[in-house]
Write a new protein. Sequence first.
Length: 201
Amino acid sequence: MKIFFLNVRGLKNKTNLNILPEVVKNFDVIGLVETLSNNFDKPYYDSFDVYTGKDENKLKGFHGMALMVKKTLQHKFSEAGSGLWVEITNASLCYDIGLFYMPCENSKFWHRELFDLIEEEVTQHRYANENVIILGDFNARTGLLSDFVSLDEDLQFQNRANTDKKVNNNGRRLVDLCKTCDMLIINGRAGSDKCTRWFGQ
């Protein structure tokens, strides 16, 4: 199962550039934020079930989110207070995948309780299923903060590369969420993303 996430900064923009049509060909689960649209009527989306949620905040305050799952995968969608969730059964394993967007700290849509809501959702899913993956743009700068309490059995994941050494409040909260829920940030740890870069304004 191949998973992809992108802040598209406008669905129409990336579609016109032929980025999303190429992505759709190669991945099974796709999370998009800042879509600025709920229009997924292009032919290349036909092989996916596309979930955008009913909450108007998903399109207004959070600028739109979409969680796309290949129709060939056995899955079940649910919408929580701040995220979109899909439960996927693949090769006898069950995964809970959540998609979130956290506004920048200087945004009028940001408030400190948002991370509390996200943590509550993730904790509930972790309690029911140990295979939880969360995708999203948290506008979090985590620097080289440690995101785990103990990794005795997974020494290969101890080191996390990050060329951005700065830390903001969203970054601290994301790291705290990882520790509380016993999860890891995959960026900077695996595959071709072992040296992650920060893209910001």
